[in-house]
Ligand binder design. Structure first.
Ligand code: SAM
Ligand code: SF4
Length: 537
């Protein structure tokens, strides 16, 4: 997915700006530690010195461990408090800024970090110059996502030189990469703290070490952590909420870094998820999105019960919350029971995001997606039959190693056949440590760009055509806030996830209203508020 699109939720297609025409990255220099001096080595902690800065290493990322899928039981931890006594109130009068890159999972992790910081007394700010703690919650999915973060790390150096007491931390998926952590230790010594995706709950403890010591603190667990319930959480709004239902991914698509950075699949217990959804309903939230990297693998790892996403959705269907979404599902795990439950409608909205990645079965095999084009088409038709009004969106990668013009054209023909309402489109980006990174990245960059351009033209054409079907219709819209482009205009989403812009009093923000569509554009609809609840779509 394109990071900006994902954070703005489903919308239009955009060109990924990855640049693989650059020479292949040589990471070996980041693995050369001949300049490092070991100061002390204990069982749980090693202190080294590089170029004058001491670094306390509690745990470093290890790809071999990260890809192992052990049988050990995952524990559900319910700590009373995650804040050490001496850290309570440490943030009083101080501010924090968390900059989030990447997918909804990161956005939600940032809400947890914000919750932990708030419990220590810190308040949020958007200004780097006001912040006492800055955390970069990073994304590793494509090279351009990583480049943005290294750019930001560079900018923050000036601030750190001016205010040495400022704490700068790097966390999220990039912290789980060996070469990234090595690079920071070697080249970016103004960073104070590096922690990973499995030990977010340890933030207060790690912050304590960073505040009270002079060393850079590194703690990145490679073996996936346990499931920590009761995490304090500062949600970003009062209308939409993310609910994590599972962590990790076991699919190991050959191009993808996620199984290494997020660990093995672990499902939260149904009762914990349902309690969270009930609590959100009580607090007046209008829409929840169930989150997981591979959300319909939910329940496969639960011991002694046969309980999947269909069962969970069926229970959530009965809770009085107006809208329930889920993302992201994998075609391989989309079973008939889930389709049957989704067809009940009600609060289960008519939008299915089902990444296909490619239209040619040979490339799908190279990607280890574990389905063919024909199987995907059959599944899509089955879902469309069961939920006729559903909008259908997808993710596509162009320029995977060995992709021929004919194979790429099969992606185009699949887009025409399914008529996706919209798609996130990406140029393939080799990720160090994944099987595809060992394949020859042999499609020239200008060819990749040209294919992406043709793909986007087609996707946009179909989006525009599909949006025209909304012309003069009355749609149900959940109002999310002011439009990003014009504060006098409000913006919201239909059940099918179409963006709708309209003029209305600000008092309707957070409410469900009815809008008559007056203009259908490629990526959004314009309309006016109406009284009637006679919804056509
Ligand atoms: N779990 C989801 C799935 O299987 O579709 C999506 C996870 S991934 C965070 C989101 C999207 O990023 C993928 O669907 C894929 O299209 C894209 N992506 C992942 N790795 C990529 C890579 N190395 N290069 C380009 N795009 C990539
Ligand atoms: Fe990555 Fe594939 Fe897992 Fe999605 S299913 S997160 S693309 S490995």
């Amino acid at each position: 997915m394109n990071e900006d699109q994902r954070l703005g939720r489903l919308g239009n297609t955009q060109e990924s700006t990855d640049s693989t025409d650059k020479p292949k990255k040589d990471y070996s220099k980041y693995f050369d530690f001949t300049n490092a001096k070991v100061i002390s080595e204990e069982e749980n902690k090693k202190i080294i010195r590089i170029a004058g800065r001491e670094i306390s290493i509690y745990d470093q990322p290890d790809y071999k461990q990260g890809k192992r899928r052990g049988k050990e039981d995952v524990q559900v931890l319910r700590p009373d408090s995650l804040i050490p006594e001496e850290m309570k109130g440490i943030g009083n009068g101080k501010k924090y800024l968390i900059r989030t890159y990447g997918c909804q999972m990161n956005t939600h992790d940032s809400e947890n970090m914000a919750g932990l910081l708030a419990e220590m007394g810190f308040e949020p700010t958007e200004e780097t110059t006001e912040a006492d703690v800055i955390l970069l919650n990073t994304c590793a999915i494509r090279e351009n996502a990583e480049n943005k973060v290294f750019g930001e790390i560079g900018h923050l150096k000036t601030l750190k030189v001016e205010r040495p007491e400022l704490i700068v931390g790097v966390c999220g998926c990039m912290s789980q990469e060996e070469n990234v952590v090595n690079r920071i230790m070697q080249k970016h010594q103004h960073i104070d703290l590096i922690f990973g995706t499995h030990n977010i709950h340890r933030l207060p403890e790690l912050l304590k070490n960073a505040l009270y010591g002079k060393e850079m603190v590194v703690e990145v667990w490679s073996k996936e952590g346990d499931i920590v319930e009761n995490m304090p959480r500062a949600r970003q709004g009062k209308t939409l909420a993310w609910v994590n239902i599972m962590y990790g991914c076991d699919k190991f698509c050959t191009y993808c870094i996620v199984p290494y950075t997020r660990g093995k699949e672990r499902s939260r217990l149904p009762e914990d998820i349902i309690a969270e959804v009930r609590d959100l309903a009580r607090k007046g939230y209008k829409e929840i999105t169930l989150l997981g990297q591979n959300v319909n693998a939910y329940g496969k790892d639960l011991e002694g019960v046969k309980y999947g996403l269909g069962d969970l959705m069926d229970e959530i269907h009965k809770i009085d919350i107006p809208r329930v979404r889920f993302t992201t599902s994998h075609p391989r795990d989309f079973d008939d029971h889930l389709i049957q439950v989704l067809s009940k409608g009600g609060n289960l909205v008519e939008h299915i995001h089902l990444p296909v990645q490619h239209g040619n079965s040979e490339i799908l095999k190279l990607m280890a997606r574990k389905y063919t084009r024909e199987q995907y088409v059959e599944l899509a038709h089955k879902i469309k039959m069961a939920i006729p009004n559903a909008s259908f969106t997808t993710d596509i990668i162009v320029g995977f190693p060995n992709e021929t013009e004919e194979q790429f054209e099969e992606t185009l023909s699949l887009i025409r056949e399914i008529e996706f309402d919209s798609a996130f489109t990406y140029i393939y980006s080799p990720r160090e440590g994944t099987p595809a990174a060992k394949m020859k990245d042999n499609v020239p960059m200008e060819v990749k760009r040209e294919r992406l351009g043709r793909l986007n033209t087609l996707v946009n054409e179909i989006s525009a055509k599909k949006n025209l079907e909304y012309q003069d219709q009355i749609v149900e819209v959940l109002v999310e806030g002011e439009s990003k482009k014009n504060p006098d205009v409000l913006a919201g989403r239909t059940r099918t996830n179409r963006l709708v812009n309209f003029r209305a009093p600000k008092s309707v923000i957070g409410e469900i209203v009815y809008i008559k569509v007056t203009e259908a554009k490629t990526w959004s609809l314009n309309g006016e508020m109406v009284e009637t609840a006679e919804v056509n779509r």
